[in-house]
Design a protein around this ligand. Structure first.
Ligand SMILES: [Zn+2]
Length: 130
């Protein structure tokens, strides 16, 4: 007895923003690759069909797109991620974050005027000494 069927796996290639053809919003689209494979005894053997789709996250419509478009969008996304990772300009900011901490000693000064109230007490020593 032969047990056969097919299985579809979906890969998200990219999240990209472009104008939706249905709702007209410049919404994020999930670019997906759906690979349907023929299975024999639940073992995927060879792909029956490969579909590339872009689903609008605003209205939910899913459009078939050419493979070339999907690969181009995926490449664009990977380039965009590479740019974000290659931007180490942020480390200088922690020094700015330390500035508020430097302000705390200044907040401590108002506590000192309360100490002058203690000065009359040292002055009491001579009185106690007499
Ligand atoms: Zn839409």
């Amino acid at each position: 007895m032969l047990i056969w069927g097919w299985r579809t796996r979906i890969y998200v290639l990219a999240m990209t923003t472009f104008l939706c053809g249905r709702c007209g919003n410049p919404a994020a689209h999930a670019v997906r690759k759906a690979v349907t494979k023929f299975t024999l005894f639940f073992i995927p053997l060879f792909p029956i069909s490969v579909k590339y789709t872009a689903q609008c996250t605003f209205c939910g419509i899913e459009n078939r797109i050419p493979k070339e478009d999907a690969l181009r969008l995926q490449a664009q996304e990977e380039q965009g991620q590479a740019r974000q990772q290659a931007a180490p300009g942020y480390p200088p900011h922690p020094s700015q974050g330390a500035a508020p901490q430097a302000g705390f000693p200044q907040q401590g000064y108002p506590q000192h005027p309360s100490q002058p109230q203690g000065f009359p007490q040292p002055g009491q020593f001579p009185q106690q000494g007499q």
